[in-house]
Design a protein around this ligand. Structure first.
Ligand SMILES: NC(=O)N[C@@H](CC(=O)O)C(=O)O
Ligand SMILES: [Zn+2]
Ligand SMILES: [Zn+2]
Length: 405
């Protein structure tokens, strides 16, 4: 990794970046059509919107991958895919479609749909996943492994999150044979780690999941590779670190690094900061920042970018999910810079993920430049609009085009 410019990568005193306080949601409508983001024009649009470019600092890192991404289907897929394909080499694509991707045959079809929607010339590679149900068979795992395009199986406890109604109702009662086959096939289990018991407080659901499900699962099947997705608590950090490197890892989103639960209520209810697991209190955020910027190989980038149409976020029962794909890299760089750990950014974005999955690291590079740029208020697409994380805010660290080695 090369760091250019005047800001040192490591200030002498380690400190926690303060949570990012967003200005109240803007009322202006500065709409940018997604089609204009499909080529280099995107960069010039963002630069034109820049308020005070300070182009001194540059960071060159190996091209990152996104190990937790929702791409959806149809016109939403077409709208959001260019934002991920622009900077990320690969992405683990979540299977919580309607109906969910429960078979290898369906994963192959979905993969083709994604490849067809890619901007011309893109070398982005979708890594497919299967949605675990009570009825998934060990045979299906063998097929998935053999296909060469399915890289993980996702556990959604039934009812835990968006489109999880077909998920698992009793992991130990119904899924053990399939999990044993996954361990044999070295197929990782990705986990939405929250219990669904309505008697458990929403803010405690991750902690209780660790105690009731995850810890016993690791004990029962120590050979199964597990990724705890989008961790939100110090309990998750402690759990991950109590497990063997290479067997249990975690993805971390930009929102859980930058926001605490105040961001849900700041100046009124903020639906665009609502995701699951829900944002937690500041002490948890600090524990996650500390873990991720420590240089541990057990954490890697997973945006959990989860687009929902604006009308389904801004309504009386809004969907969970934050659309972060266009801003994620800028935000991760901000977190590592504020923690004085820019030298650890590249391992988190580009090395730890492929190393855990046993895949080769990318070989091309991208440059992040310290240029202020303004996040569009919304992205329009054929059926509506999608509001990005930090809508209307000014960010620095503008990712540039890829540089070939
Ligand atoms: N994170 C979210 O709040 N939502 C995700 C589902 C998930 O990852 O839990 C979605 O698909 O919208
Ligand atoms: Zn989830
Ligand atoms: Zn997700």
């Amino acid at each position: 990794m090369q760091i250019a410019g005047t800001v040192s990568a490591k200030p002498p005193v380690k400190h926690f970046p303060r949570p990012f306080l967003q200005p109240s949601p803007p009322c202006r409508s500065r709409r940018v059509h997604l089609s204009s983001f499909r080529n280099k024009a995107s960069i010039s649009i963002a630069m034109a919107a820049s308020t005070s470019p300070s182009p001194l600092q540059e960071l060159t890192i190996m091209r990152p991958d996104d190990w937790h991404l929702h791409l959806r289907e149809g016109n939403v897929l077409a709208a959001v895919l260019p934002h991920s394909a622009r900077h990320f080499g690969r992405a683990i694509v979540m299977p919580n479609l309607k109906p969910p991707v429960t078979t290898t045959a369906r994963a192959l079809e979905y993969r083709e749909e994604i490849l067809r929607a890619l901007p011309p010339g893109s070398s982005f590679v979708p890594l497919m996943t299967l949605y675990l149900t009570d009825n998934t068979s060990p045979e299906e795992i063998k097929l998935a492994k053999k296909s060469g395009v399915v890289f993980a199986v996702k556990l959604y406890p039934a009812g835990a999150t968006t489109n999880s109604q077909d998920g698992v109702t009793d992991i130990f009662g119904k899924c053990l044979p399939v999990l044993e086959e996954m361990a044999r096939q070295e197929m990782p289990l990705l986990v939405h780690g929250e219990v669904t018991d309505q008697h458990v407080d929403t803010f405690d659901r991750e902690k209780v999941f660790i105690e009731k499900i995850l810890a016993p699962l690791v004990q029962k099947l120590p050979q199964l590779k597990i990724v705890m997705e989008h961790i939100t608590t110090m309990d998750a950090v402690n759990f991950v670190e109590s497990c063997k490197e290479g067997h249990v890892a975690a993805t971390v989103t930009p929102q859980h690094l930058l926001l605490n639960r105040n961001a849900l209520f700041q100046g009124g209810l903020q639906p665009h900061n609502y995701c699951l697991p829900v944002l937690k209190r500041e002490t948890h955020r600090q524990a996650i920042v500390s873990a991720v910027t420590s240089g541990s190989r057990q954490y890697f980038l997973g945006t959990d970018s989860a687009p929902h149409d604006k009308r389904r976020k801004e309504c009386s029962c809004g969907c969970a999910g934050i659309y972060s794909a266009p801003v994620a890299l800028s935000l991760y760089a901000k977190v590592f810079e504020q923690a004085g750990a820019l030298d650890k950014l590249e391992a988190f974005t580009s090395f730890n993920g492929p190393d855990f999955y046993g895949l080769p690291r990318n070989t091309s590079k991208i440059v992040l430049r310290k240029n202020a740029w303004k996040v569009p208020d919304t992205y329009s697409y054929s059926s509506g609009e999608i509001v990005p994380m930090f809508t209307g805010s000014t960010l620095d660290w503008l990712p540039s085009d890829q540089l070939e080695e």
